[in-house]
Design a protein. Structure first.
Length: 339
């Protein structure tokens, strides 16, 4: 189990011990780790007697809507006035699965200006200094794994229900690609403990990975057949999608989940990228194998960040074609590292 200083645990226990207004937030375009961690903590804090609100900056994939207490998530850009009021009234704001306020988009200003105690629980490197209490640990597989360890440090195990275990298992499973990367022995020990709550791991897997629309499957086929570009010289492959292509396949939030990993199945490919055209910028996802540091690449060139082998970024003021052109030119500078 990771080490957390006793005074930090005592502070958290004082805050969480009951009758507080607590807001839980996570990053824009939340994934299984963000949603799973948020809902697990929501259930525990409610059981401790707090008034708790979970606020997402925007919508999230439909395949996560089965999670327990999902109906209680407030979407900021759909219920802005209520969300702002909850943030303003909060005694504490728990920030999960992100370490930079830019990641919460339009919520950032309101969170920054709030007088609430700000608590960070995250596993990404190089956190900003906005929180009052920060537990940032890059050695864990996911925020869900970190949250589970915090729960044990707080001696809150009696508040772990089957529903909490389902949420935490979802976070760990999705952030490790179904235990294919980014985990350690402790991850598997924690997973086995979560399974002891009689959760149905096969049902959870099906809910996440076998619950897509036919349009999404056709979009994936189109990506592989028509939009996959391989650059053998630099052991790199990438996929790009425009807004017009999204409309053609009736795109829904979460439909491109996992697409960035597909090119890594190609022999000798160590760097995979997905470019998606957004309303005012190009969103970029990076994945790598072995020693190539996708995080450094994303941070240096595309205002991004993340983990060594899994990162994200964005490009403003360039079209998607111009962004791809910029990317291709950058590969020359990394030829030695990619080889």
């Amino acid at each position: 189990m990771i080490k957390i200083e006793k005074h930090i645990i005592n502070k958290l226990d004082t805050i969480f011990s009951g009758k507080k207004n607590i807001v839980i937030i996570f990053h824009s375009n939340p994934d299984g780790d963000a949603i799973g961690s948020g809902l697990a903590l929501y259930i525990i804090l409610e059981n401790l007697g707090n008034q708790v609100k979970v606020i997402s900056p925007d919508t999230y994939p439909k395949f996560l809507e089965w999670l327990p207490e999902n109906k209680n998530i407030i979407i900021f850009n759909k219920s802005k006035n209520d969300a702002i009021q909850f943030i303003n009234d909060a005694d504490a704001i728990v920030c999960l699965d992100f370490n930079n306020l830019d990641r919460v988009k339009d919520m950032a200003t309101y969170v920054a200006n709030s007088k609430a105690i700000k608590i960070l629980i995250d596993h990404h490197p190089n956190p900003d200094n906005f929180p009052d209490i920060a537990i940032s640990e890059t050695s864990v597989s996911s925020t869900a794994e970190l949250l589970y360890q915090i729960i044990k440090h707080l001696n809150y195990q009696k508040y772990i229900t089957k529903e909490v275990a389902e949420c935490l298992f979802t976070g760990i499973m999705t952030d490790t690609g179904s235990f294919n990367y980014g985990f350690n022995p402790a991850t598997l020990i924690i997973t086995s403990e979560l399974l002891s709550y009689r959760i149905n791991k096969d049902e959870i897997f099906n809910n996440i990975y076998n619950n897509f629309s036919s349009d999404r499957m056709r979009l994936m086929g189109y990506c592989l057949n028509s939009k996959l570009e391989v650059v053998p010289k630099f052991k790199t492959a990438f996929i790009s999608l425009t807004q017009n292509e999204f409309r053609k396949f009736n795109y829904q939030t979460g439909d491109t989940e996992g697409f960035v990993n597909l090119p890594l199945s190609i022999e000798n490919i160590v760097f995979s990228v997905l470019f998606t055209e957004q309303r005012d910028h190009v969103k970029i996802s990076f994945r790598s194998k072995g020693d190539f540091n996708a995080n450094v690449f994303a941070k240096k060139h595309f205002n991004g960040g993340g983990h060594k082998n899994a990162a994200g970024g964005q490009q403003y003021n360039l079209s998607i074609d111009e962004t791809i052109s910029k990317f291709k030119k950058l590969l020359e500078k990394y030829s030695k590292e990619l080889s």
